[in-house]
Design a protein around this ligand. Structure first.
Ligand code: CP3
Length: 360
């Protein structure tokens, strides 16, 4: 089993597997070169191109996982939404009234995004066996945020007003998004995705009452519907430390942390689950010595359990490629078994949490 999958299932790994959110994208000159020829949607919808973009970062860096090149908006197009990217998503027909929500389609699995399934099949054929292939989708609450607001926003006033004034319409929309997300993610696994990450980028906007009403139950249903597929399920909610009690109720194997949630606090909140994260993406904009200091701090904090190294959110387009290469070297060079041995005993002995290769 690949290092990434081992860690995701909660096993000890001698090295922390590494991938980076938005590892494909605008910080790579080879991505910018392709963007001269294709629009973002064309890149996503042409399997050979989407597979090529997925592989670009893996040609440069030794990474333990590839993530499908696509967007969380992909399944919303066959639901009837007209979406452009500039660079974030902009909807021509957001869903705000009862008639709008009524019109939203719930396509069959085969109608959702055949090009994504084809991209995954190409990728599984191209990737080395030790490189895991990650599929993904947006959590229903985050998809609804864009579907109602129609674009990115500072405070999402329209969407938050919609939740409070039209709760039954909100639930009707979330139901449809949940059903489509389940069909879409199951199809990804059948096409070769070995793990699924659910992005809840805007969960942190809300207090716990709203999150428990409109976020948690739908994300939970998505994860529940993937149980029989036997792939690790990863959840990331951005800016959501205040929701960790509720989030801990989700049936997922990996909790991905943004950079503001300290790993020790996450261990307390999420128990023995694998943690993924959580270097501040802005660290890559600083100096190489600071990259080393911060990466090593996170690697040491991760020693108390299974850990997948990642950024705390997507790669910034300003990140210098040499800095990313430096980060990859630091993370790959960190020997976890040795670091555990060398660690001064905190709670009565460095490796006391590790028994027969599993964290307890
Ligand atoms: O390498 C990877 O991580 C895989 C590809 C990927 C993209 N989007 C490609 C993309 C993934 C996993 C996403 C998820 C996504 N998309 C999220 C969840 C993660 C997060 O950032 O919280 C969200 C909220 C979106 C919606 C979206 N798409 C936004 C807000 C933007 C613009 C902002 C930005 O960073 O550029 C996009 C466009 C987008 N999606 C780009 C890429 C590479 C940039 C398009 C371009 O080339 O101009």
């Amino acid at each position: 089993m690949s290092l990434f999958l081992k860690a995701a299932w909660g096993e000890f790994t001698e090295r922390a597997p590494l991938w980076m959110m938005r590892q494909a994208g605008r910080y790579l000159p080879e991505y910018m070169a392709l963007k001269e020829r294709y629009t973002f949607w064309e890149m996503c919808r042409t399997p050979e191109v989407a597979a090529e973009v997925t592989l670009q970062p893996l040609r440069r860096f030794e990474l333990d996982a590839a993530i499908l090149f696509s967007d969380i908006m992909t399944p919303l197009a066959p639901m009837g939404f007209q979406i452009d990217f500039n660079p974030g998503p902009v909807f021509a027909n957001p869903a705000r009234t009862a008639a709008d929500v009524e019109q939203v389609r719930v396509p069959a699995a085969e109608e959702i995004a055949t090009f994504v399934m084809e991209t995954l099949r190409i990728l599984r054929g191209e990737l080395k066996e030790e490189t895991a292939l990650i599929g993904f989708g947006g959590a229903p609450l985050t998809l609804a945020t864009y579907a109602v607001e129609g674009k990115g926003s500072k405070d999402y006033a329209l969407f938050r007003q919609f939740l409070r004034r039209e709760p039954s319409l909100a639930h009707a929309l979330l139901e449809k998004l949940t059903e489509v997300t389940i069909r879409y993610l199951r199809a990804q696994v059948e096409a070769g995705a070995q793990a699924i990450q659910l992005f809840d980028s805007w969960a942190g906007l809300h207090d716990e009452v709203i999150y428990r009403r409109f976020g948690l139950p739908y994300a939970l249903r998505v994860f529940d519907a993937l149980t029989d597929l036997d792939v690790p399920r990863i959840y990331i909610a951005v800016g959501a430390s205040h929701l960790s009690g509720a989030i801990n109720e989700l049936p997922c194997e990996v909790m991905s942390l943004d950079w503001r949630m300290p790993i020790p606090a996450a261990r307390e909140a999420f128990g023995t689950r694998c943690l993924q994260g959580n270097l501040d993406p802005a660290v890559l904009l600083g100096t190489t010595s600071e990259i080393e200091v911060e990466a090593l701090r996170i690697l040491r904090e991760g020693l108390d359990g299974a850990h997948i190294f990642n950024l705390g959110h997507g790669m910034m387009k300003e990140a210098p490629v040499e800095h990313v290469a430096h980060l990859v070297n630091v993370v790959r060079g960190f020997d976890r078994a040795r670091a555990l041995e060398m660690r001064p005993s905190v709670r009565g002995g460095g490796a006391s949490g590790l028994q027969r290769g599993r964290w307890i």
